[in-house]
Design a protein around this ligand. Sequence first.
Ligand code: SF4
Length: 199
Amino acid sequence: SVKGKVTAGDVDNLAPLMPLCMKEMHSHLQKENHLRHGGRMQFGLFLKGIGLPIEEALVFWRQSFSKITDDQFAKNYAYNIRHNYGLEGKRVDYSPYNCMRIITSNQPGPGDHHGCPFRHMGRDGERIRARMLADGLSESDAQEVVNLVAGQHYQIACTKHFELSQKARTPQETGSAGGVRTIEHPNQYFDQAYRLREG
Ligand code: SF4
């Protein structure tokens, strides 16, 4: 994916290349300096997938959880982060979750920020519409995404969002309708966006 090693300090700069699910968790983490377990798993494994090594992951999460002490961090969070990297417990080197898993399992409850926003932001589509407009999509493009969500085509909605928000960032690519594979994995979204940006 990313050329060379990703550091804790790179994560904020890479956020615009992340799919909506990861952007939501990243911005929540920045605002609240906390993320519940489901979010730490989904976002943490995604970050591992983009190339954040364990030592940098520990720095990133420690800095993000800025309202707690080093001691609380070590006791309550460091183990799970190392666990995701296969350094604790059964030493399984866990893989980042794909879209199907995120959409169909471990549904987010109140106060959770994990999941797929296209699936979990509400059936009426108003929050998704507002989010698409905030991302610079036109009214008609936002409506297209809302329609896809209403038809439960969440990954196609995400693919549309990719085309409209990522391709729009690289003018030479705009207008080429085909070419983008349906998003099946958050790390696929990121890799495609990264390649577009790096050319
Ligand atoms: Fe994330 Fe996949 Fe949903 Fe896109 S479709 S927001 S990558 S879970």
